[in-house]
Design a protein around this ligand. Structure first.
Ligand code: PLP
Length: 384
């Protein structure tokens, strides 16, 4: 048996979750309070911490069960006419589009920028000139922040609401004094892991409160509302965050800065090593005008072409290195979505989909593990 056959698989991602010991004091608090769900003390504490981080009022914040539900409920709360066209990038995770369909609308798939791999206000503006768009869902792709000032200007100019799918961008995507709506994921693989969880931040008056109500079945609990408490105010869902998840998020929050710094350092070193090993033949996502990627959670390489990617995938398989074609196939190539979406011309997204490849990236990744990846990329490049 060769060394390679016995080699342990190098994983793509390794969750960085709090230990049971770290969680215990929070779980004790939860148990003492006998409050396990329904906006309990830990969820309120977490939301207050988020409000402080975003420099916003607590009424502009609501926790949710996950980002997918967050996106769906924000779209519902916007009260768009049924069947509205909602612009989303073709290169994104499926949940961006499924949330639109589940909210009763039609995703319109747009192209992305060749450098940032993201939909931009310029791309959205050009589409809005050609067709009626009810809302735009830009994505903070692979955690790269969107420019909220530019999107605020877009909203002002077009009157089309913008909701940023910032699922992978906690710690990188901020409002930076702009008006806007952001939806984050607190999934295990994200920079602020809660196991499952989501966060909605919105300066749009009443939006976060509406999402909160919809996350609690749509029942009115506002004594100042025009209807009695307990009345069903809207067709909501159950998308509340539990106290268990809030406990994990609160512990994760304490380590957020340290972990973000370690993630940045790992990303910088690893990219540098790959560039050296490949004579700079790998391209990387470029920072846009939204600011730097402060808390990277994955590493996605843009290879010279589809043939190199194929050779590299095969080599990684042989060497027991996990890779993933993140966000692929493109949304328009998924049967379930195809009939439910309108697809615009997306030449850049199609070209990127030929050559993007996710590589192992996780806190605690050793230099030896990084060398393993570098070696395999260098040899794949040399044969293709
Ligand atoms: C762009 C994007 N949107 C939405 C989601 C879904 O987030 P969640 O798992 O919290 O529902 C993800 C998850 O990775 C994502 O990458």
């Amino acid at each position: 048996m060769t060394f390679t056959q016995t080699q342990k698989w190098l994983p793509l991602l390794v969750p960085c979750m709090p230990s049971p010991q770290e969680l215990m004091p929070w779980l004790e608090r939860m148990h003492m309070a006998r409050h396990y769900s329904n906006f309990g003390p830990l969820v309120l504490e977490l939301e207050a911490a988020f409000a402080q981080q975003f420099g916003s009022g607590v009424e502009q914040i609501t926790s949710v069960a996950n980002a997918t539900q967050g996106l769906e409920l924000v779209l519902q709360a916007l009260n768009l006419p049924a069947g509205s066209h909602v612009l989303v990038p073709a290169l994104t995770f499926v949940a961006t589009a499924t949330a639109v369909v589940r909210a009763g609308h039609v995703p319109v798939l747009a192209d992305v920028d060749a450098q940032t791999w993201m939909i931009t206000p310029e791309i959205a503006r050009a589409v809005c000139e050609r067709m009626c768009i009810g809302a735009v869902l830009p994505v903070a792709t692979f955690g790269m922040p969107q420019d909220m000032h530019a999107w605020q200007q877009f909203e002002l100019d077009t009157n089309v609401p913008v909701v940023v799918d910032a699922a992978a961008a906690y710690g990188s995507q901020w409002l930076r004094d702009a008006q806007g709506t952001l939806v984050f994921s607190l999934h295990t693989t994200k920079s602020l892991p809660a196991g499952e969880g989501g966060l909605v931040v919105s300066t749009r008056p009443g939006l976060a409160a509406k999402v909160r109500q919809l996350s609690n079945f749509g029942i009115n609990f506002d004594p100042n509302a025009s209807m009695p408490i307990g009345t069903l105010a809207g067709l909501g869902s159950n998308a509340k965050m539990s106290e268990y998840h809030a406990a994990i998020a609160l512990v994760s929050l304490q380590k957020m800065e340290l972990h973000a710094m370690q993630r940045r350092r790992l990303q910088k070193d690893f990219i540098c090593e790959i560039n050296q090993a490949t004579d700079h033949r790998v391209a990387w996502q470029v920072q846009g005008t939204g600011g730097p990627l402060l808390a990277p959670t994955l590493l996605c390489a843009s290879l010279p072409n589809a043939a190199v990617r194929f050779v590299l995938e095969q080599a990684c398989q042989r060497e027991h290195i996990m890779t993933r074609r993140w966000y692929q196939p493109l949304l328009q190539n998924m049967d379930v979505l195809q009939q439910r979406c309108l697809t615009l011309e997306t030449p850049i997204a199609i070209a990127l989909a030929q050559k993007l490849l996710g590589l192992p990236f996780f806190l605690g990744m050793t230099q030896e593990e990084r060398h393993r990846v570098c070696n395999v990329i260098a040899s794949a490049m040399s044969v293709s």
